[in-house]
Design a protein around this ligand. Structure first.
Ligand SMILES: NC(=O)c1ccc[n+]([C@@H]2O[C@H](COP(=O)([O-])OP(=O)(O)OC[C@H]3O[C@@H](n4cnc5c(N)ncnc54)[C@H](OP(=O)(O)O)[C@@H]3O)[C@@H](O)[C@H]2O)c1
Length: 318
């Protein structure tokens, strides 16, 4: 059957290289389920890989076409022969095909059942698709930082996809949470109980080392300069992979503890994040929802670098 609309790239390049393709619906292997995808989250790694940057692009360069998408939510429509975790009709979400395969920008995908969590009935599929990769990154960054109650934490890019979830999780630990953002996002950060800082106005060199923890979601020169905000012995977790080595070296020269991380799929943490959405303990801000066919516009908007919250693709119903 060939009625599985997907967005694929056949060459690396700008957002316009994302094009619709019709593929056959895959069959789940023994431990997998077939998901009718309702929504797919859009993440910076999708756009970087599409542009030919990073290790996922290096891995896929001789295997194009490649279908982006690591975050999906949807309905189980078939089980593999050894799969009993989910029933047909169950609502599921999770990170799939990470770190190299992706595949989520599709009407149907197969995924290991062990990588999926249950979407509570109250949680919209768009929200469920927005949370896994960004939410797990936020959770695991704070774990790496060993953030403790009453510590002062600064989160760079606090209004973005990972940032706004990291802010909320940090607030829940009882830490004093500060976050950088443009002035347009300051009211948003106040609503999340963080103190906003306008990064256009910061002079890091004169910063007086008042923070225990820095979560760097920007990298590059900004990540290096922001190290000045840390106290002696402070900890930085640097998340953008392309500049992790330079930032950890710069931190080590200053006697700071530096951790670079790659998010790991974690079904228990994903379930907890979805349950927190259900309980109103966590909110995911949806900047925009696009029909699958408008993936190009979603990538263009993401690459503007000023997304608040998350962008999500919605699948056409079959
Ligand atoms: N290592 C991993 O496992 C991993 C996992 C997830 C993400 N990442 C990486 O982490 C980074 C953040 O991901 P994301 O999904 O949160 O990205 P995102 O949603 O695209 O981030 C957008 C935010 O970045 C802010 N921003 C842009 N330039 C800034 C600057 N100079 N200083 C402070 N804020 C700035 C914008 O703030 P304003 O609009 O307020 O200006 C906007 O809210 C990306 O590089 C991504 O690839 C890595």
């Amino acid at each position: 059957m060939s009625n599985n609309l997907s967005l694929a790239i056949t060459e690396f390049g700008g957002p316009e290289v994302l094009n619709p393709v019709n593929r056959s619906i895959p069959s789940p292997s023994e431990e997998q389920v077939l998901i009718q995808v309702k929504a797919a989250g859009v993440n910076p790694i999708d756009a970087k890989t599409r542009a030919g940057l990073g290790w996922a692009a290096a891995h896929n360069k001789d295997k194009l076409p490649w279908i982006p998408g690591y975050d999906v939510s949807g309905i189980v429509v078939a089980n593999g022969t050894n799969e009993s975790k989910f029933d047909v009709g169950d609502r599921v979400a999770g990170m799939i095909g990470f770190p190299t395969d992706g595949g989520g920008y599709s009407q149907y995908v197969v995924a290991d059942a062990g990588r999926l969590s249950t979407v509570p009935p109250s949680v919209p599929m768009v929200d469920a698709a927005a949370v896994p990769l960004a939410g797990l990154t936020a959770w695991q960054a704070l774990e790496h930082a060993k953030l403790a109650r009453d510590e002062r934490i600064l989160i760079l890019a606090g209004a973005g996809g990972v940032g706004h979830l990291a802010v909320q999780l940090a607030v829940r630990t009882g830490a004093q949470v500060y976050a950088t953002a443009s002035p347009d996002n300051h009211a948003f950060l106040h609503q999340l109980d963080a103190t906003p800082i306008d990064y256009h106005q910061i002079h890091w060199a004169t910063s007086n080392g008042e923070f225990d923890v820095l979560i760097d979601l920007v990298g590059g020169d900004t990540g290096i300069e922001a190290l000045a905000c840390l106290k002696t012995g402070g900890r930085v977790v640097t998340v953008p992979t392309n500049t992790q080595d330079t930032i950890t070296s710069a931190a080590a020269e200053r006697g700071l503890k530096a951790i670079s991380m790659l998010v790991e799929p974690n079904t228990w943490q994903t379930q907890r994040l979805l349950d927190m959405l259900d309980q109103g303990e966590l909110k995911v801000d949806i900047a925009a929802v696009y029909p699958l066919e408008q993936g190009t516009q979603a990538h263009k908007a993401l690459e503007s670098g000023h997304t608040r919250g998350k962008r999500v693709l919605e699948m056409p119903s079959s």
